[in-house]
Ligand binder design. Structure first.
Ligand code: 2NL
Length: 344
């Protein structure tokens, strides 16, 4: 019995020594000290021993159990320390590594251009006004001398919501509303930037939704030369002091007379190239003297008041200024395009 206990002790201590992981130790603990283990078995069989043997074997068995338990606890601490060390090593963070770059945003090219144009006209005394994108037929067409049956009102060209309500096809209704607010008494000097909608098939030069900036100056004694002066200033501020402008006769239902403005081509300096189609001039915007019927409908007496108006497409302005070749670039929102126009 004594030898068996000593043999068990030796065996157990050897296994504790060989254990490499905490789970190996747990196996040894169960195998030798567990309820079904050999030492428990010895202690259970004590009844069969003689009176003299009983205390000797009992003491030895307890001692063996204690030794094994002590060894197990000691080894457990060692293995736990090693495992913690390993874990710390794996979880090390190199605080000297450079950080991941954060992408910095900026205004959309169109937002910048519209802001630039606004600032320019604010500098010439215009106020900036906005209005609804969902408009009534009256303000979008009727008040602008586009009566029912006019070819420019074709159902096919506009997004109608009801027979009487549509997505505005230009920003002019904002101007018609403002003139109405001013009661036909006060002068109006305003620009109105905003989104407009037309039923068009999208391609490089057309979009079903785009932006427009229109301007209106109504007062006593406003002349075509005032329009020319304001637009000349705009063209030079926008495209450079060495640009020339020219006005050509044109037609719009809401202005009479009507004009279109060209700027001298900056690519060839007016000599003629592929950009200006060999003409030396590039069309920028349209305008004219406000039609007397439009003034009248808004409550202004056309014998006392007159005015000029103009309209332009900021996408077109940006395309010409920065050489953008497809209007869809403004709306696809590919960051490779957009970020080129973020100022540092
Ligand atoms: C263009 C031409 C234009 C106007 C817009 C206007 C507004 C009122 C009265 C009279 Cl309330 N006219 N706006 C006039 C002429 C031309 O736009 O080509 N835009 C892109």
């Amino acid at each position: 019995m004594k030898e068996k206990l000593q043999e068990l002790e030796k065996e157990a201590l050897l296994k504790v020594n060989e254990a490499k992981e905490l789970k190996d130790l747990q196996e040894v603990r169960v195998a030798y000290l567990g309820k079904k283990g050999p030492i428990t078995e010895v202690l259970r069989g004590m009844g069969k021993l003689s009176k003299e043997e009983r205390p000797v074997i009992g003491e030895l068995a307890n001692k063996v159990r204690e030794n094994i338990a002590n060894e197990l606890d000691g080894k457990k601490s060692t293995l736990e320390a090693i495992e913690l060390e390993k874990q710390l090593e794996n979880e090390t963070i190199d605080v000297t590594l450079p950080g991941r770059p954060v992408q910095i945003g900026g205004p959309h090219l169109l937002t910048s251009i519209v802001g630039e144009i606004e600032d320019l006209f604010i500098g010439m005394g215009f106020e900036v006004r906005e209005g609804p994108e969902v408009e009534t037929d009256y303000y979008n067409f009727e008040a602008l001398n586009l009566p029912k049956g006019h070819p420019a009102r074709d159902m096919q060209d506009s997004f109608y919501i009801t027979e009487d309500i549509l997505l505005r096809t230009h920003t002019s209704p904002v101007q018609a509303r403002t003139m109405g607010e001013y009661n036909g008494e006060k002068p109006v000097k305003m620009i109105c930037p905003g989104k407009v909608y037309r039923r068009d098939t999208d391609d490089a030069t057309h979009s079903h939704q785009f932006t427009q900036i229109e301007g209106l100056y109504v007062d006593k004694d406003v002349r075509m030369s005032d329009l020319k002066g304001v637009l000349n200033r705009f063209a030079k501020e926008m495209f450079g002091e060495d640009r020339e402008i020219r006005l050509r006769p044109s037609f719009f239902p809401f202005t009479e007379p009507s004009v279109e403005m060209d700027i001298s081509c900056k690519v060839c300096n007016g000599k003629g190239c592929s950009v200006c189609k060999k003409t030396g001039w590039i069309e920028i915007l349209g305008g004219g003297m406000v039609h007397p019927r439009v003034l009248e409908m808004a409550g202004y007496d056309p014998d006392v008041y007159n005015g000029f108006a103009f309209g332009m497409g900021p996408e077109r302005i940006a395309m010409l200024k920065y050489g953008v070749d497809d209007i869809r670039h403004f709306y696809i929102n590919d960051n490779r395009f957009l970020k080129q126009y973020h100022k540092a």
